[in-house]
Design a binder for this molecule. Sequence first.
Ligand code: C2O
Ligand code: CU
Length: 577
Amino acid sequence: MSASLTCALALALVASGSLRAQVVEVNLTAAPGTTQVAPGVSVNAWLYNGSMPGPTLRVTEGQTLRVRFQNNLPDSTAIHWHGQPIQLGMDGVPDISRPAIAAGQEFIYDLSNLIPGTYWFHPHGHEMQLDVGLASVLIVDPANPGSDPAFDVEQTIVLDDWTNPLGGAFSGHLLNGRSSAGQNPVSVQLGQRLRLRVVNVAATTNYVFALDGHAMTVTHADGNRVQPVVVQAIPIGIGERWDVLVDCNNPGTWSLAASTIENRNATVVRAVVQYAGQTGPMPAATFVPTNLASGSLLNYSQLASYFPVQPITPTPNRTFTASLGMGMGPSGMIHTINGQTWPNVTPFQVAAGEQVQMSIVNNGMMMPEYHPMHVHGHFFRLMGTAGGTANPPKKDTVLIRPNGQPGSSATVQISMDNPGRWLLHCHNMEHMATGMMTAIEYLGDADGDGVLTRSDYEPMLPLPVVTISDQPSAFAPGASGTVRVQWTPGQAFGLFIGPNELAPWVSLPGLGTLVLDPTSAALYGLVLTSTSGVATLPYILPNNPAIIGLRVGMQGVGVVPPANSVVLSTFQALTAR
Ligand code: C2O
Ligand code: CU
């Protein structure tokens, strides 16, 4: 090992100490479990940290959120941080951003430059995992509290549909993981201002929600602050978030009710907002507030960004249409974008720095369908709104209404400022699973191999990258496999292997077979420099059936200019079971 890299590693240790205040570390485990959706009613589910929804993760703008994720599911998985325009490698789409995390394995998500607002997270790629309870909320508070509207109390409202996929005795709609029968009232006091952060994590249901006896002032659309709009009821597509303020000036015990978007005359789940001192009965679960059934609905055309945003340009670099369709395929209904079904798609090709305009049009003919269209890694700027060209609202999910209805199309602009290959898809799980997904792909062949692949985009991560397999078989005793490492070409990179990150390490000569030996106290490390910035390192796990818990940490250290700057890869634990 070179002296300079030894020195660099020591610096890394020091730096991680002094930066600790800026890093919020949380442990998140996904595992099967059971959860109570109402008194005496339990269902089987897959859960983050044992609850549904999972724990709300909360940081302040400027902090890095480091999520040490342990996959204890019987399946590989990954976490997508819905709406946050993070780097591709952390976006949690198996085989697009990174390989999935195999059953039993661990991965650290390092999320920096998080945008303030209400966001959420969920698995991706295995569509079934979108419907078994794995969802939760990520809240990023602005660094300057004054850039949020003032409020006295807040409540997160997570709407979900539950079809009982793993067995149990409930199907229906859930609010914060409980049916209407399982709700405890949200307590407020006369004169308070209540902030609701409403999130739709459902698999297939777009909702409308309203609070009986109260109007709502919309303040944020998908996390982005908008100029206030007062409405009685709000449609919320799958994946969307609305933050609203409620002035608590009408004492009582009120239903905060949701219906499906198709039928506003039936409450499918409700919470209760109760003023202090009120003892009236809880509103019936089936009660339909007047404003839910017939109050004025929020319309996208009312929205304008509160803060200045990149304006709409009259001369976009590229213009695309995404025509949403449906049809019959060999094994049933298919959903298409421009006539194609995922993964047999022609990606929309773009280049970094461009402004792209896209018209998303519902051309489905067989039945009326809503399509909550979501883009990864970027925001849509909605055209044709109260924000005009100077203050277009920013959203990451746009609910496209059925063909033939107002709102059956939307035109958006996107700043291509986050290179990679990014999904654009309908967030209705069934539509997504039957094809309604495509990609936006940045042009450029960074590794010069003539093929646009993930390795072309990973260099955009400001971190070295260590990639291990998503197959459990790669971690069995006696298994051999490879670890792929990638760093900034031409710079030094060290891979060190130990029982934990930042463990002591020693150099290995060359790039030979890496044999991990749990009986040896010796720990291995190696230093790589090359102009390509990538290497594949073979390993062989000891063929010892008695191994029940070898856990080896791999972490790359890159040394970048200016002198002494050190970057660490995401820690990858390799656990043999
Ligand atoms: Cu909520 Cu492709 O994501
Ligand atoms: Cu759809």
